[in-house]
Design a protein around this ligand. Sequence first.
Ligand SMILES: [Zn+2]
Length: 430
Amino acid sequence: MAWDRRKPGWIRNAQDRALRRYLAQDVYPYSPYYQVRFDEAGIGQRGIKSRADLHKVPLTTFDDIVNPASVVLRPDEQSIQQYARIGLVARVFWAKLWRREWVVNQRLIDPVYKPLHWHVEDGFPIGSSAEDLDRLAELGRRWLELAGVARYDVVVSVLPPGPSLAYWELVLGARQAGVSALHLDPSTTVEQLAAARPNVVAGRPNDLLRLLRAARPVERNLDGLRTLLVAGARVDDATRKELTALVDGQAAVVAAWAPPGVRSLWCQCREGDGLHIAPDAELLEAVDPLTGAGLVDGSEGEVVWTSLDWKGTVLLRLRTGVYGAVDESPCPACGRTTPRLMPTSTAEPTFARVLDSHPAVQRWQAELRTVDGHEELIVYVNLRRNGHPGRLLRELDRQLTVTQFVVLDRRGLDARISSHGDARVLDLRP
Ligand SMILES: [Zn+2]
């Protein structure tokens, strides 16, 4: 579907329709977890009409989900009879009458819903049905297209083979795109890599750094290299710069990444710097990290992710811990009109954003250090309100996992900050 060639208004309307249908016909009937949440929030089966209503759905974190099976869609006879469209109900009825229930299961239910394939993100299993895998393959194809991988390129991957999204999206995407791919692993040497004569090398940021450092001069040892696909971990600015310097104008460095729970990678285009998202497969919102309230379109906040039409494991309004803004204007680099996530620079730590945006925090300084091999974060704060800061500090702690808070008066904190050359973040780690 040519989602990325049309106007953003058209995309929004299609998303509204898809969201309404998905929540009423798939999520509410077949997800025990969200059915309870929707009933508690007074939403019911058909209470969400469009994206504008999405804020009524409570936010999800992995910690809330005690049993990962409770977020897998599981249609059974009872839930089909109760909630499904009349056509499906009738087919189940006739199949039962003829004692041929297996026909319904095999032909109608299983290909769409049965989780066949699993990957694991942050210890959380994510199930995909046959239909989901077809979709992931198509999204993987789009990833390669955005990255400027051509049909006759040879892709060599040093991503760790295993149950991770990046690995499977690359395997399925290369297959779908008809691109030749060799899947090795991170222990691959430069000699093995060079022997495969890759035009495209895919891998985690640090594995690519190690290989390219060893491959210098790249124009001689990897002379066909045109594209580096950085995936499997989020690339920070320093690593990205070094990778760019190592390939020295010979190849483009293109990143793709998504936080745990998101069903397909967010992808840079070859020349751009935001991450293109898939408006037919996901909805992104930016929320205030402290209150969870939605923000005005285009403003920066914590990114919250909602599945659209995925079966298997379904997550709605998942807190990703990623900070950024969603830009719906056409991409200045490639001209596509699919929304892009502009992540907040990874150079600035998350706790700095949270502290900066909190209305009760007047000034702060943070100290990072390592004690007995453990990282500690100590935050010195000066608060705007008087009285007991306990509740506020607990609220901040949920966002920050701070080892210790030290509340100081304004003068004490100012003196501390100026004695450290005005630094607000002191990194004392070795
Ligand atoms: Zn672009």
